[in-house]
Design a protein around this ligand. Structure first.
Ligand SMILES: NC(=O)c1ccc[n+]([C@@H]2O[C@H](COP(=O)([O-])OP(=O)(O)OC[C@H]3O[C@@H](n4cnc5c(N)ncnc54)[C@H](OP(=O)(O)O)[C@@H]3O)[C@@H](O)[C@H]2O)c1
Length: 320
């Protein structure tokens, strides 16, 4: 089968198109013919060596964690899925491998494709959508009527977070640059802070949850906009924030929490429900064919992705 692989640590110029054996599903796994995948920053961060001491990558390595496609084979003991089912999934964080014609995934990580959407729309959701859901619902414990600030509201994680927060019944304020203000309002944010025009996050509104998907500001920059017990959730912990998270409970009811996304078919079903109720959609920034994965990674590295960058694998017709 065709796959795109990094041969060694480096930038997207290290990606090569290769022929590799089709994987075989182990017990509990399904083999999926991939129709589309999507790009997440972790794809190129893992392969440029940023995390080589904490999360080394075995080379050669096929990047990508998001797939939408059709099951072509099931391993022993698989009970929830069958050959011919259309699914989407976040692949195992240890292996990845989405940017190929076929991928294997544990059956518990997959969920049926949401009805009425295209492969490309479904492929955007798994890693970024699960991150947003687990950050807001589980870490932030966001509930109806609360106020949430979503920083990076136009990005892959952020644009799903705005919609999920709205679906949970929260009042959403998004933070993004001028070009993306209309998009973020269109996703359901009641207010938008344009960080190109305003410095800081104001002090009139106090947020119950701050979800920082970017990490460009310090915790202290948010405190004027916090209540006494705001939960601050971030996707990019650094050492000083981890240290702050440990000492904060000694003198404050505020909390700092870090989200580490978990692949979960059950949580994907939660997102499926939102999609089917028209409460969650994927904004597509650009679509690249698998052969141009290096361009997709280069574009994402610029940090300006609005919504998701999608990778088309094999030009399959969309589900009816
Ligand atoms: N811990 C985890 O489990 C986990 C899971 C997923 C992602 N992450 C990490 O979370 C980060 C975000 O991921 P992503 O997929 O959302 O990335 P992304 O889609 O590449 O994010 C791009 C977005 O960032 C926005 N942005 C850049 N600088 C900003 C700033 N100063 N203020 C507000 N927005 C800004 C851009 O909007 P403008 O063009 O409008 O500035 C753009 O829309 C990445 O570093 C990723 O590695 C961690």
């Amino acid at each position: 089968m065709k796959a795109l692989q990094y041969q060694r640590y480096g930038g997207p110029d290290q990606l090569r198109e290769v022929e590799v054996p089709r994987p075989t599903p182990a017990p509990g796994q399904i083999l999926v013919k991939v129709a589309a995948s999507s790009v997440n920053p972790i794809d190129w961060k893992l392969h440029n060596g940023s995390f080589r001491f904490v999360k080394p990558v075995k080379m050669p390595s096929t990047p990508g964690f998001d797939i939408a496609g059709e099951i072509v084979q099931v391993g022993a003991d698989v009970t929830q899925h069958h050959a011919g089912d259309l699914i989407y999934a976040m692949l195992d964080s240890k292996t990845g491998g989405a940017d190929a014609e076929y991928a294997v995934v544990g059956e518990a990580a997959a969920a049926p494709m949401p009805a009425g959407i295209k492969w490309q729309e479904a492929a955007g959701i798994p890693l970024a959508g699960l991150t947003a859901l687990q950050a807001l619902r589980d870490k932030g414990q966001l509930t109806a009527g609360q106020r949430v600030l979503v920083v990076g509201a136009s990005g892959g994680v952020g644009h799903y977070a705005v919609q999920i927060a709205r679906a949970l019944g929260a009042h959403v304020t998004g933070v993004c640059s001028t070009d993306n203000v209309d998009m973020v309002k269109g996703l359901g944010a009641t207010e938008v802070i344009d960080y190109k025009k305003q410095s800081g996050f104001g002090s009139e509104t106090h947020y119950d949850v701050v979800f920082d998907t970017i990490g460009a500001s310090r915790f202290g920059d948010y405190t004027p906009a916090m209540t006494q017990d705001t939960v601050y959730v971030c996707t990019l912990p650094n050492l000083s924030l981890i240290a702050h998270a440990l000492v904060l409970p000694v003198y404050s009811k505020r909390r700092i929490k870090m989200v580490m996304v978990n692949s979960s078919g059950e949580d994907l079903k939660y997102l499926t429900n939102l999609v089917e109720q028209n409460k969650l959609r994927t904004v597509i920034d650009r679509v690249f064919p698998l052969e141009e994965l290096h361009l997709a990674h280069e574009l994402n590295q610029q940090g300006r992705t609005a919504g998701k960058i999608i990778v088309n694998v094999g030009n399959r017709d969309n589900p009816a």
